[in-house]
Structures are given as structure tokens and as C-alpha cells.
Write a protein that binds this ligand. Structure first.
Ligand code: KIV
Ligand code: ZN
Length: 531
């Protein structure tokens, strides 16, 4: 492996958050762009928990939300601003004063805060979406950055759809944003259209043509519509960008954002051609991936780089043989470097709480005392029902527990009669806002009857877009992991639950999705705030 000096460029001025010219600022937007993924929604408590882990990981900037989007977003930014001390806490704001005022209000308690304001600069977005002339957009850039600087000295400005913007106009806006006080200039590839070399050229062009560019850090924000988000971000770093915007597991609008774990591990593993560093404690990567996946009900695909279940698995005999001789034969990273521990701890009905906690830690989970107690009780019930407990069982159980915490609606009891009779009958007891409520319903089969009964207690007009059952392990005593996706007025939510009883898992997954719908209903229509 050889270094290619011609592919790296001299580093730009480091800006106020860098301590060295080759340090890459990691800006995590899991809680903002990530939450904009169709199906993802997080409560304030869930966001806070993720933010605390991001801080522990060494994330430089946490974009905690879009303060004006909803009361929930405002509270999330505000709570995170109170709690997080080591990372800069950031809120997104459109280029209007009301958005900026709301962001500033939410960020008020932060030890270190940033306002991130944006406006689209591409001809298509300006004409069709904003219905503004380039002159009006240019004025809005100056006004928004100037206004944001009244509240804090750390202001990021983004040119939405930057990669499809006309170069002269883009350079003019960047120069004016810096002149108005922006300390970070973010160039998004909003629609994931850029090609790595072309995107690197865009960054070089901005560095060469904008006279005051050395007064700001250049950032990139790449979407993954063509699967190029990470490649584009890395190429942009080589061209002089010093901040990367990314999300855990690559979640985000449409095909998602650049995945943080991939960028960080690429920089670390290929330091020979990417001689840049981050502050990320990579050993927290697996934990963060599991927490985000469990919280959002977004399963990580098994072959996903770095955090997929198969990322460090070797099945072919020839590979296993090589691995036994020297792990370097087929592994370019050590699993422990991303916090994955190959464990020999076998769990069964006699395992105690201490062993259970240790095993979860090895799998990448860290539960608070209450959640641990609940999860341990469920583990004991499972161990009574199931002969062997595999790691997959524990992962399904804990993911389920993470989602079930903090829910307004809970399943307390379910009784189902089904079989060869023409209609199935379900009787369900739910707890709704602390009150016990019961209902009965018939249906075509036990799942239909159960969902009908739930709908009597929680009326809604959401459409069932997906109902999926997957056996967590082999055997008839396996846990069924059920995923339910609901759609209501353009909003999508996912719920997931695992139980050895498939109908109970279905009821709980459905109720989890309804809980998420309650959170999502609060948000302003996505089209109005699309970013
Ligand atoms: O994709 C995008 O352009 C964004 C901006 C708000 C940074 O998310
Ligand atoms: Zn985005």
C-alpha cells in the first residue's frame, strides 16, 4: 500500500475547533437528518441517551434537532444543550429570523453552541421550491448569518443542493456568508448526485476562488442516493474539507447520509493514504450502532460495513483456516477496535444478573439500572421457555426493551382464540397514559383480530404499510421478531418487538409503531422543512 501524495492537498486554515490541520471535525446529524429518515422518530429521552453516547464517543458537534420543527425537537435540543458539555450542540434553522430565534432559545443553556442555518442555492431549488431570485437568496444568506451571529460566535452556513449550484453564485454566497460571520461553510450534496472526483473538484474550486475561505472551516454533507456518500466525503477531505457531517449507521433522508463509522474507520485503517485523524473513540462504534438501530427500529443490514452482523464473520472454510493462522489474512480491522468482543460467555436459565450485564456489554449494550432489571426479567422468562439462548436472542430482547421504554401506550395482556373457526377473537388490555383499557375484536386470523382490538382503543387512520415476521434463531421455540410499519399523511413509523409468542410480538410491534406515530404527529409537515 503506498501513499499517493498527489491526491492530498495542503490543509486549509484549521478554524476555531481544530487543533491541528489534519484533524477532521466529526459533525453528527443522527438526531436531525437521521431522524428525517422515513420511519425513524425518537422521543426526547431517546435522543438524550444517544447524545450522551455521541459525547462519550468524542463527536465534536452534535446536531440535536431542528428547534422550530416541533415542540419535541425544541425540547430535545434544549435538554441536550443542558446535558452535553464536551461536544458543541447545534440546532438547524432555515434562513428566517423566527427559525434562528427558536434555535438560539433552545441552545441557550449549552456550554458550547452552534447555529446551523441554510438556504438552497441551486437554480432548481431557488426557482421551484423557494420561488426566490438569486438576489433574494443572497440577501437571505447575509441576513440569516448576521442574525445568527447575534446569538453565538459559532455559526455554520449551508448551501442546500450545493453540488448542483452554479459556481459563480455559490462562491458569491460563500464569500458573503463568511463576511457576515459564518465560521463553518457546509457544502451539501443534498440529493446524493455528486461523483467523488467531481465533488473534490468543487471543494478545490471553492478554496481557490473564495478570497476569505481561510477564515472558515469547509464542511461536507453527503447523501447516499448513489451509494457514494462516504466516497464523496473522503475525497472532499483530501481536497481540503475539515468537517464531515454524518450519521450512525448512515441513516438519514431517503438513502441516508454518510455513515460515521465508515468514515472514521476508513481514516483509521487507510491512514497511509488518508493521513487525517478524528477524536472518535472507535471502541464505542458497535454500542452506538446498536442503540440507534434499536431506538429507530431500523435494522442494520447484515453485510453493512463495520457494524453489520457479518462484518467480521467468516463462513468459507478456506477463510476460517486463514483466520486461525493469522486474523490479518481476512480482517483489515480488529473487531475489538469497533467495540465488538468475541465472547465465550454462554447464557442460560441459571445465569445471574452480573453475567447478563457483562454479556450485554460484550454485545455492545449499556443499559441503565431500570432497563437492565426489566431486560433481565424478560431474559429469565425467555430462558424458561427456550432451550438455548443465542446472542441473537439477547440482541432482539434488548432492542425490544430499548424501544419499549418510555412508551405512552403499553400492552399489558393478550388473549387470542384462533384455529379452524371462521373468525379469530382477540381480547387485549392496554395501558394508555397510565389508564388500563380493554377491548375485544374479531378478525381474519389472530393478527387481524389483535390489530382490530388495538384500533378500538387507539383509533387512527394510519395505513399498515408493512407487516414482517422473522425468526431470530432456528427451532420452533425461536423468538419471532415482528416489524410493523404504519403510514399516516406522508409520515412513516416503524415498530419492532420480539417474543416467543408471534401474536404477542405482533401486538407489541404494532403498539410501538403507534407510540412513534404519536411522536411524529407533532412535527411540522416534512415538505415545509425539507432539508
Ligand atoms: O441535505 C442537506 O442539504 C441538509 C442541509 C440542511 C445541510 O440536510
Ligand atoms: Zn441532509
Amino acid at each position: 500500500m503506498s501513499t499517493n501524495p498527489s491526491s492530498t492537498v495542503a490543509a486549509p486554515s484549521a478554524g476555531k475547533h481544530s487543533t491541528d490541520k489534519d484533524r477532521i471535525i466529526i459533525f453528527d446529524t443522527t438526531l436531525r437528518d437521521g431522524e428525517q429518515s422515513p420511519g425513524a422518530s425518537m422521543t426526547v429521552t431517546e435522543k438524550l441517551k444517544i447524545a450522551e453516547l455521541l459525547e462519550q464517543m468524542g463527536v465534536d458537534v452534535i446536531e440535536a434537532g431542528f428547534a422550530i420543527a416541533s415542540e419535541g425537537d425544541f425540547r430535545a435540543v434544549n435538554e441536550i444543550a443542558r446535558k452535553v458539555k464536551d461536544s458543541v450542540v447545534c440546532s438547524l434553522a432555515r434562513a428566517g429570523r423566527a427559525d434562528i430565534d427558536r434555535a438560539a432559545e433552545a441552545l441557550e443553556p449549552a456550554a458550547r453552541k452552534r447555529i446551523h442555518t441554510f438556504i438552497a442555492t441551486s437554480p432548481l431549488h431557488m426557482a421551484v421550491k423557494l420561488q426566490k431570485t438569486p438576489e433574494q437568496v443572497h440577501e437571505a444568506v447575509i441576513d440569516s448569518v448576521t442574525h445568527a451571529r447575534r446569538y453565538c460566535d459559532d455559526v455554520e452556513w449551508s448551501c442546500e443542493d450545493g453540488s448542483r449550484s452554479e459556481h459563480d453564485f455559490l462562491c458569491r454566497c460563500v464569500e458573503s456568508a463568511i463576511e457576515a460571520g459564518a465560521t463553518t461553510i457546509n457544502i451539501p450534496d443534498t440529493v446524493g448526485y455528486a461523483y467523488p472526483e467531481e465533488f473534490a473538484d468543487l471543494i478545490r474550486m471553492i478554496r481557490n476562488r473564495v478570497p476569505n475561505i481561510d477564515k472558515a472551516v469547509i464542511s461536507v454533507h453527503c447523501h447516499n442516493d448513489l451509494g457514494l456518500a462516504v466516497a464523496n466525503s473522503l475525497r472532499a477531505i483530501q481536497a481540503g474539507a475539515r468537517q464531515v457531517e454524518c450519521t450512525i449507521n448512515g441513516i438519514g433522508e431517503r438513502a441516508g447520509n454518510a455513515a460515521m463509522e465508515e468514515i472514521v474507520m476508513a481514516l483509521r485503517t487507510r491512514h497511509d493514504i488518508l493521513p487525517y485523524s478524528t477524536r472518535i473513540v472507535t471502541q464505542h462504534i458497535t454500542k452506538a450502532s446498536r442503540l440507534v438501530s434499536a431506538t429507530t427500529s431500523f435494522a442494520v443490514q447484515p453485510n453493512k460495513a463495520i457494524v453489520g452482523a457479518n462484518a467480521f464473520a467468516h463462513e468459507a472454510g478456506i477463510h476460517q483456516d486463514g483466520m486461525l493462522k493469522d486474523a490479518g489474512t481476512y480482517e483489515i480491522m480488529r473487531p475489538e477496535d469497533v467495540g465488538l468482543i468475541r465472547s465465550s460467555l454462554v447464557m442460560g436459565k441459571h445465569s445471574g444478573r452480573h453475567a447478563f450485564r457483562k454479556k450485554l456489554a460484550e454485545l455492545g449494550y449499556e443499559l441503565g439500572d431500570n432497563a437492565l432489571t426489566e431486560a433481565f426479567a424478560r431474559f429469565k422468562t425467555l430462558a424458561d421457555k427456550k432451550k438455548e439462548i443465542f446472542d441473537e436472542d439477547l440482541i432482539a430482547l434488548v432492542d425490544d426493551e430499548i424501544q419499549a421504554t418510555d412508551q405512552q401506550i403499553k400492552v399489558l395482556d393478550l388473549d387470542v382464540h384462533c384455529g379452524s373457526r371462521p373468525k379469530s377473537l382477540a381480547a387485549i388490555t392496554l395501558e394508555i397514559g397510565g389508564q388500563r383499557r380493554e377491548a375485544q375484536a374479531q378478525g381474519d386470523g389472530p393478527v387481524d383480530a389483535t390489530f382490530n382490538a388495538i384500533k378500538q382503543l387507539v383509533p387512527h387512520s394510519a395505513n399498515l404499510a408493512l407487516f414482517q415476521i422473522h425468526a431470530v434463531t432456528e427451532g420452533t421455540d425461536a423468538q419471532a421478531e415482528v416489524t410493523v410499519r404504519l403510514e399516516e399523511s406522508g409520515k412513516t413509523v416503524n415498530g419492532q418487538a420480539a417474543e416467543t409468542d408471534t401474536i404477542l410480538a405482533s401486538a407489541r410491534a404494532y403498539v410501538t409503531a403507534l407510540n412513534k406515530l404519536l411522536v411524529k404527529r407533532e412535527k411540522t409537515a416534512p415538505a415545509a422543512l425539507s432539508a
